[in-house]
Write a protein that binds this ligand. Structure first.
Ligand SMILES: NC(=O)c1ccc[n+]([C@@H]2O[C@H](COP(=O)([O-])OP(=O)(O)OC[C@H]3O[C@@H](n4cnc5c(N)ncnc54)[C@H](O)[C@@H]3O)[C@@H](O)[C@H]2O)c1
Length: 331
């Protein structure tokens, strides 16, 4: 298959490319290598992939309309895994326009490319943040999600709506994946697992929001990658709409992809303490604007579609992350 992976220098894109290399695919990855977090980490991820003869990298911005149209026309992709986006809830309060460019204009350019070049399946990243303050747990794709509490979440919900339109009007098969707090080796410096590990190893305090009363459905990177690779093979079909908000007659699908078992933030910190051998100095703070107190994924639909359940628990996953961190940064 000829595959496009957007955001290939990113945490999840790099891991997906690594998983798919060596399987007779022709893989093209794009990324704009922006400096939202340490660009050296993005270059290091790409350096690892540069050893794979079936993976090519092109530096390109999603919002470059002509550049994106040429990419799709020149390459003729069979399937697309669209992971590039401006991520992060808190940053969307500071730099809203970056989110409009990457996540709205960028997503439209990907949809247009898929439509014009008749791509057979688009799998794209949504987020658990679309659930906002949803009180019902676990979070299911049939829940109403009309009240996002950050612009980031609003752009991810918009991606689902835009994709549905393209599935309905033009028959582009699209599958959205709502990721739940992904962590593991090569992880993002702006996320808590990385920040906490760094601070503990350097003896610095960690900011613990909502006074520690938070929980997250932390999902290990290999489990996320396996879900993405399997769902790429599951083509959304024309269907019968039911009463559920996530059903549609169009070739459109939407899944949660998470661990399915929330972990209290303080337990996660304890796992990092154990893996690093360092004690956390917690600086308890109030809830941050735009943030949600808990997430918990109902993953039954993904299991039914792919036969896969996440395997890596938090203690093991955190240990693997800390081992990678120490080796990568030589600390
Ligand atoms: N990691 C998580 O826990 C998580 C949770 C929910 C959703 N997601 C979503 O999953 C996807 C991948 O996330 P990630 O954790 O790998 O993030 P990441 O920031 O590591 O990767 C995203 C990549 O996209 C690139 N990018 C950003 N804007 C771009 C643009 N305009 N043009 C081209 N490239 C651009 C960035 O340079 C980056 O390398 C994103 O869509 C994100 O919103 C991630």
């Amino acid at each position: 298959m000829k595959l496009l992976i957007t955001g290939m220098a990113g945490f999840i894109g790099h891991a997906v490319a690594k998983r798919l290399t060596g399987q007779s695919h022709d893989i093209v990855g794009i990324d704009n290598l922006n400096d939202y977090y340490d660009v050296a980490l993005k270059h290091a991820r790409l350096a690892e992939l540069s050893e794979c003869s079936d993976v090519r990298f092109i530096e390109l911005d999603l919002s470059d309309r002509e550049g994106m149209a040429s990419l799709f026309a020149d390459e003729g992709f069979d399937r697309v895994i669209h992971l590039a986006a401006q991520a992060g809830v808190r940053y969307s309060l500071e730099k809203p326009h970056v989110y409009a460019d990457a996540n709205l204009v960028g997503h439209l350019n990907v949809l247009e490319g898929c439509r014009q070049q008749r791509v057979e399946h688009l799998v794209y990243a949504s987020s658990s943040s679309v659930y906002g303050m949803n009180g019902k747990v676990p979070f299911a794709t049939g829940d109403a999600v009309d009240h996002p509490i950050s612009l980031y979440a609003a752009t991810k919900k918009a991606n689902e709506l835009m994709s549905h339109t393209y599935s309905h009007l033009y028959g582009v098969p699209t599958t959205g994946l709502r990721f739940f707090t992904v962590y593991g080796p090569w992880g993002r410096p702006d996320m808590a697992p990385y920040k906490f590990t760094k601070a503990l190893l350097e003896g610095d305090p960690i900011a613990v929001f909502n006074h520690g009363d938070m929980s997250r459905d932390f999902t290990y990177i290999d489990d996320i990658v396996e879900g993405i690779v399997r769902i790429l093979e599951v083509m959304p079909q024309l269907g019968d709409a039911t009463d559920s908000p996530d059903s549609s007659t169009a070739p459109y699908a939407l899944y949660n992809i998470g661990n399915g078992s929330p972990v209290a933030l303080m337990d996660f910190i304890r796992a990092i303490e154990k893996a690093t051998g360092c004690e956390a100095k917690c600086d308890f703070q109030p809830m941050q604007p735009g943030d949600v107190p808990r997430t918990w994924a109902d993953t039954e639909a993904l299991f039914e579609a792919t036969g896969y359940r996440p395997r890596v628990g938090v203690e093991e996953g955190v240990q693997r992350f800390v081992d990678w961190y120490r080796e990568f940064y030589e600390v």
